[in-house]
Design a protein around this ligand. Structure first.
Ligand code: UGA
Length: 432
């Protein structure tokens, strides 16, 4: 099939490359010419394990191409995927659909034969209806179909998630498009992926409800962790104990710092905002958002307690600053609140991240990037383990520091408290 992916961010690039690997002819389009030229040279704009190899392989095989010419690329394709960002609007909680509409406007000028226009961008329920109305002002209804096909790719695991999805959701109000899409996804369906066809509005809501539910699950275990800290229980035992109940499930029950990233914070706000438009009160999701916002304040307070209100002049090694491991993405990472808090309190922060230094901390007082884990830990009073990269899982603390009073605050519970204590260091985790 001839596909065109508009937007070469996480969603468009990963999906486009994976579709080309399944044997389709794919053009990945972006208005950023520099990005397109770099991709042609094999320079990947994001950190995503396995992506570079797939780009090089499929570009070489000529199944994958990159272009800044949207109109020409749409004309050459049967199926057009919209994969642009839908960030939170300024001064509001709703999704900003400017980029989606800009793309749809351009696409509607390039419809030379029947096209399926697929929204992979996360858009509020009823957006598909509105886009259909918008396009039909210029294009005959028989020449296009608007479909919702949300993605469930996690950053850092995106390729695996694409190849082995739990389900593929296609929301369409016409059976012809559903058939074509089922055909496109046939190689994944034959490997066991479940193909679910729904009405278009349902697919749009499935995406938001999924992210809101996962954010709720994380927030739930984070609040239970707070109770564990007060009662001397290890939250890890609770996660196992409740997660083994198949009705609950063990995934996304890892307590940690607040959830972040480019999706959960924005999508929880957007679904609440959409519901308000339809006069529905999503009180659970509202309280999840509130609880998550408060979480960094709570962790800051705990840090104060651990350091007996003496943060000033403490040297802190901060390991991992992105919102989670295996990504270079800083969006809504709790480090963006924790590091400035520590700096304000007069600490000296030496941070290390496997994806390098971050512009976000350039102007913050007493914050510097260390070139290695060892350099970051050396001479520190405290180590804050903020993300769960494999690189951090078996650090030889004894080798890296002479400080016998080292305090380790493990915000992802990746270390064994007993082992750390045996080394003579002080250990604090989340909910344990
Ligand atoms: C999330 C969803 O998991 C994807 O299914 C979805 O496609 C994507 O958003 C999106 O809407 O595009 P992602 O943002 O890459 O994916 O990150 P997650 O792995 O879901 O993690 C989100 C946040 O929750 C991170 O801050 C992570 O550290 C935190 N988390 C996750 C926990 O604190 N505990 C857990 O058990 C799981």
């Amino acid at each position: 099939m001839k596909l065109c992916m508009i937007g070469t961010g996480y969603v468009g690039l990963v999906s486009g490359v994976c579709f080309s690997d399944l044997g389709n002819d794919v053009i990945c389009v972006d208005k950023d010419i520099k990005k397109i030229n770099n991709l042609k040279k094999g320079i990947i704009p994001i950190y995503e394990p396995g992506l570079e190899e797939l780009v090089l392989k499929n570009y070489k095989n000529k199944r994958l191409n990159f272009s800044a010419n949207l109109k020409d690329s749409v004309k050459k394709s049967d199926v057009v995927f919209i994969c642009v960002g839908t960030p939170t609007k300024k001064n509001s909680n709703s999704a900003d659909l400017t980029q989606v509409y800009d793309v749809v406007k351009a696409v509607s000028k390039s419809i030379n034969k029947f096209k399926i226009i697929i929204n992979k961008s996360t858009v509020p329920v009823t957006t598909g209806d509105e886009l259909e109305k918008f396009i039909s002002k210029k294009v005959k209804k028989k020449n296009f179909s608007v479909v919702s096909n949300p993605e469930f790719l996690r950053e850092g695991e995106a390729i695996r998630d694409f190849i082995y999805p739990d389900r593929i959701i296609v929301g369409s109000n016409d059976s012809k498009s559903t058939r074509i899409l089922k055909n496109l996804y046939a190689p994944l369906i034959s490997k066991g992926a479940k193909f679910i066809s729904t009405k278009r509005r349902a697919a749009e809501l499935i995406k938001y409800a999924s992210n809101a539910f996962l954010a709720t699950k994380i927030t739930f275990i984070n609040e239970i962790a707070n109770l564990c800290e007060k009662t001397g229980i290890d939250v890890e035992e609770i996660s196992i104990g409740i997660g083994l109940d198949k009705r609950i499930g063990s995934r996304f029950l890892r307590a940690g710092p607040s959830y972040g990233g480019s999706c959960f914070p924005k999508d929880t706000k957007a679904i609440v905002s959409t519901a308000e438009k339809f006069k529905t009160n999503l009180s659970i999701i509202k309280s999840v958002i509130r609880s998550n916002n408060k979480r960094t304040v709570l962790l800051s307070k705990r840090l104060n307690l651990i350091l007996k209100n003496k943060i000033k002049n403490k040297v802190i090694s901060f390991l991992g600053v992105t919102f989670k491991a295996n990504t270079d993405d800083m969006r809504d990472s709790s480090s963006l609140k924790l590091i400035p808090f520590l700096s304000k309190k007069g600490a000296k922060i030496k941070y290390y991240d496997p994806t390098g230094s971050k512009k976000e901390f350039k102007k913050i007082k007493n914050v510097e990037f260390s070139n290695s884990i060892q350099e970051s830990i050396k001479g520190s009073d405290v180590v804050i383990l903020h993300t769960e990269w494999n690189d951090f899982k078996s650090i030889n603390f004894k080798k890296f520091t002479k400080n016998k009073k080292l305090i380790i605050y493990d915000m992802r519970n990746i270390y064994s408290p007993d082992k750390i204590k045996k080394l003579g260091f002080k250990y604090y985790g989340i909910g344990r």
